[in-house]
Design a protein around this ligand. Structure first.
Ligand SMILES: CC(C)(COP(=O)(O)OP(=O)(O)OC[C@H]1O[C@@H](n2cnc3c(N)ncnc32)[C@H](O)[C@@H]1O)[C@@H](O)C(=O)NCCC(=O)NCCS
Ligand SMILES: Nc1ncnc2c1ncn2[C@@H]1O[C@H](COP(=O)(O)OP(=O)(O)OP(=O)(O)O)[C@@H](O)[C@H]1O
Length: 230
């Protein structure tokens, strides 16, 4: 599998870039969507959350009151770490399962939209290239407050709960600057789609050569092993 990691800060613009990949026929696995599934009523993570944080973080329907839980965990690093421990292993397992499903249905090049790619680090070993989407700290704060209709202090807490955006982009192979018009961001994303399509082709050729070499040489190695052991 050829996996491209898509990361950045909260509200830095990953969704815009993910949309460009989807439009180019490349499947996107969305970690935030998976994170919602793993805390559905009855799951192990949901049981843990209910047991430790109490009924007050649940809605009358039994689903999580995400706003309430968000306020608790983004204000307290220890509680956030606990929530991460209950949810992240299942999120990572589901990501691998989704990736495998794409692989088995003939899509062996996928994008993984994972905001905490560097913070958690677990998925890095499976990723070939990383894209980081960036904007200025002021834009990030303003866009987050506007999108989530969130107070400034809460938005600042959420941003502070992540690795600084600048540091993430230093670690990435490609950086997309989302400080201007959305169309400008889409153009950069489209250019990177072209570069990655080429990388994928090279990777695929190397994979075919490796498989071919294995098919050709394994009978020879086996024959050599048999003749030396008799
Ligand atoms: C705390 C929760 C309930 C808040 O839900 P809410 O609907 O308000 O936010 P949502 O899930 O859409 O997340 C929005 C963004 O917040 C950031 N974020 C979410 N969880 C975390 C975390 N544990 N640490 C740092 N940033 C986080 C990410 O950038 C994410 O894209 C939820 O984020 C959650 O369950 N988080 C733990 C699982 C997790 O780490 N998810 C991140 C993707 S793997
Ligand atoms: N270039 C831009 N100009 C103006 N607004 C933008 C721009 N890019 C994104 N936005 C707005 O900022 C908000 C955050 O963008 P988006 O949802 O794409 O970020 P994200 O990185 O996917 O966020 P998250 O990981 O938190 O879900 C959205 O409301 C979006 O419409």
């Amino acid at each position: 599998m050829f996996i491209v990691g898509l990361t950045g800060g909260i509200a830095s613009g990953k969704s815009t870039v993910a949309a460009v990949f989807r439009e180019n026929g490349i499947p996107v696995v969305d970690a935030d969507a998976i994170a919602r599934e793993v805390v559905e009523p009855g799951t192990n993570a949901w049981k843990k959350i209910k047991e430790v944080f109490g009924e007050e973080v649940l809605l009358p329907t039994g689903y999580l009151n995400r706003e309430k839980l968000g306020e608790i965990i983004f204000a307290d690093a220890t509680k956030r770490r606990m929530l991460n421990e209950w949810t992240h292993p299942e999120i990572h397992r589901t990501i691998m399962f989704e990736a495998l499903k794409h692989f088995l249905t003939g899509n062996n090049y996928i994008v993984l939209d994972l905001p905490l790619l560097f913070e958690s680090g677990v998925m890095l070993q499976y990723i070939h290239k990383v894209i980081c989407v960036t904007c200025t700290p002021e834009q990030q704060l303003e866009r987050l407050m506007k999108r989530n209709t969130m107070a400034k202090t809460l938005a600042q807490q959420r941003i502070a709960a992540q690795m600084p955006l600048e540091e993430k982009c230093e670690k990435a192979h490609y950086v997309i600057d989302n400080t201007n018009e959305l169309e400008e961001t889409r153009k950069q994303a489209q250019r990177i789609v072209g570069i990655l399509n080429e990388s994928w082709e090279h990777w695929r050729i190397r994979l075919y050569i490796a498989v071919l070499a294995l098919v050709v040489f394994s009978p020879l190695l086996y024959w050599q092993y048999r003749s030396t052991s008799t």
